[in-house]
Design a protein around this ligand. Structure first.
Ligand code: NAP
Length: 485
């Protein structure tokens, strides 16, 4: 049995995500001997040949097409369809059946919805109506973000797709979970007793998770102005990184056990109150400023397609508490934003200080130990230690042990890993419904408080690491954000 065989029905095949990430990812999967055919679906009036040339262009721009690319693109077919046109799905089914036989795809079907979120539910229901989901092999639904706009709409969406797919057939993409170093968090923790033994409130002072961008809103302006950093980043990627960093070792290293442990973390996040939203969540928006490369860039409200008085958050920082035995008393600081100083995602684990007295009274440079997991753009790990200053009488110097996996991945390899997992039926690195629901619950409370309680929007200059209040958030606790490395 060829378990790597499937028809992939890709909705949104002419879109940005497909072009930049999905086609390069599929090309790598093709090279790894997965057997698939792709039906690209979108409204525009392409035929198979034009579509194939578009896929080839995408490889030229974002990958490295070799001789086998000719054969690869022959596996691509195009089916023009407006997703709201229920009748048109019949022809899609015919084509899918035909390709299944032609390429020996074992009756398996992956439906990949790379579409605007308002189409997720209707497309799913239409697939069922047209009989596309009563195929003979497995069926799996891959669904892009955002999964809802709040808990209520997410639950509604979830109910709709559950009319067609079982939870185990639903693959909710959080592409951060496909990133090498995010997957590595568990290996670093659980395969290294020297870390897991001290991974708790006796030895850890605080944890800082940053995901910063240098870009502004760009072409996504009208989408972003209704979304903001809280919904776009905190609800999914940031809380997922918190969960992976804080979770207990699962009793078995299998999908549902791992997800259970992540859910427990999300459930243990101390519920917010109006005063904790005011004191421990920072809401920011960038103004005109100068980027490190010297470019002077517009403020958010001056960008095209943004409302003049927009209150959208382009930056969020927050302090979380995880109320369990392991983490009691250890703040988790998270921050994410646009137009910051550098593009970087990293997790900094700050360990508690060594006793200074009586041993190191005169050591001015004694720094806390830091373990830094670099997620992007560099992938790696560094550990900051103190050592004796060479050759002089006394004192210490900080030294850093570094591991870095230099690559020039533009993000398509995360999609490659995730699509491969889906073909294998492994949903570990996708979010289960209860994780999504708990994350929305947390984020909804903040969004509601911002709306109702007159909580200020703090402005920060483009090219900085966020508003002053984001620095005060840590200073109040006697900490500071570690500079990005
Ligand atoms: P996009 O560039 O706007 O593409 C949307 C696609 O949907 C196009 O192929 C469009 O093709 C098709 N489409 C629109 N209306 C349709 C209709 N009524 N019937 C059939 N097809 C229709 O969007 P995207 O950036 O690729 O994003 C796709 C999904 O991925 C979204 O859920 C987004 O949130 C998510 N996502 C994107 C990125 C990214 O980097 N782009 C990152 C993370 C998540 P036609 O115009 O030809 O119909």
């Amino acid at each position: 049995v060829n378990s790597n065989a499937t028809t992939i029905i890709l909705f949104g095949a002419t879109g940005d995500l497909a072009r930049r990430k999905l086609y390069p990812a599929l090309y790598s999967l093709y090279k790894k001997k997965n057997n698939f055919a792709v039906i690209g679906v979108a409204r525009r009036d392409y035929d198979h040949e034009v579509f194939r040339q578009n896929v080839y262009e995408s490889l030229k721009n974002h990958s490295n097409p070799e001789n086998d690319a000719e054969d690869f693109i022959k596996r691509f077919y195009y089916y023009p369809l407006d997703v709201k046109d229920t009748k048109a799905y019949d022809g899609l089914k015919e084509l899918a059946d035909q390709l299944n036989d032609q390429f020996d795809l074992q009756g398996n079907r992956m439906f990949y919805l790379s579409l605007a979120p308002e189409f997720f539910a209707p497309v799913t229901l239409n697939l069922k109506q047209a009989g596309l989901t009563t195929n003979t092999g497995w069926k799996r639904l891959v669904i892009e973000k955002p999964f809802g706009r709040d808990l209520e709409s997410a639950a509604e969406l979830n109910n709709s797709i559950h009319e067609v797919f079982e939870e185990s057939e639903i693959y909710r993409i959080d592409h951060y979970l496909g990133k090498e170093m995010v997957q590595n968090i568990q290996v670093i923790r659980f395969a290294n007793p020297i870390f897991e033994g001290i991974w708790n409130n006796r030895y850890i002072s605080n944890i800082q998770i940053t995901s910063s961008e240098t870009l502004g809103v760009g072409e996504r302006a009208s989408y972003y102005d209704h979304t903001g950093a809280l919904m776009d980043m905190i609800q999914n990627h940031m809380l997922q990184m918190v969960a992976l960093t804080a979770m207990e070792p699962p009793s078995r290293f299998v999908t549902e056990d791992i997800r259970d442990e992540k859910v427990k973390v999300l459930r243990s996040i101390r519920p917010l109150t109006d005063s904790t939203v005011a004191n421990s969540v920072v809401r920011g928006q960038y103004t005109r400023g100068t980027m490190p490369n010297g470019d002077v860039v517009k403020g958010y409200r001056e960008e095209e397609n943004i409302k003049e008085q927009s209150m959208t958050d382009t930056f969020v920082a927050a302090k979380l508490h995880i109320d369990n035995f392991r983490w009691a008393g250890v703040p988790f600081y998270i921050r994410t934003g646009k137009r910051m100083t550098a593009k970087s995602t990293e997790i900094v684990v700050q360990f508690k200080d060594a006793p200074k007295r009586p041993y190191f009274n005169n050591f001015n440079d004694l720094q806390p130990n830091l373990l830094v997991i670099h997620v992007q753009p560099d992938e790696g790990l560094s550990l900051k230690l103190n050592a004796k200053k060479f050759s002089t009488g006394g004192g210490s110097i900080p030294i850093t042990m570094n591991f870095s996996n230099s690559n020039n991945d533009d993000g398509s390899s995360a999609y490659e890993r995730l699509i491969q997992d889906c073909i294998h039926g492994d949903s570990t690195n996708f979010t289960r419904w209860d994780e999504v629901a708990l994350s929305w619950q947390f984020v909804d409370y903040i969004a509601e408080a911002w709306k109702e309680r007159n909580i200020p929007l703090d402005r920060y200059e483009a090219g900085t690491m966020g508003p002053a209040s984001a620095h005060e958030l840590l200073a109040k606790d006697g900490h500071h954000w570690w500079p990005l490395t």
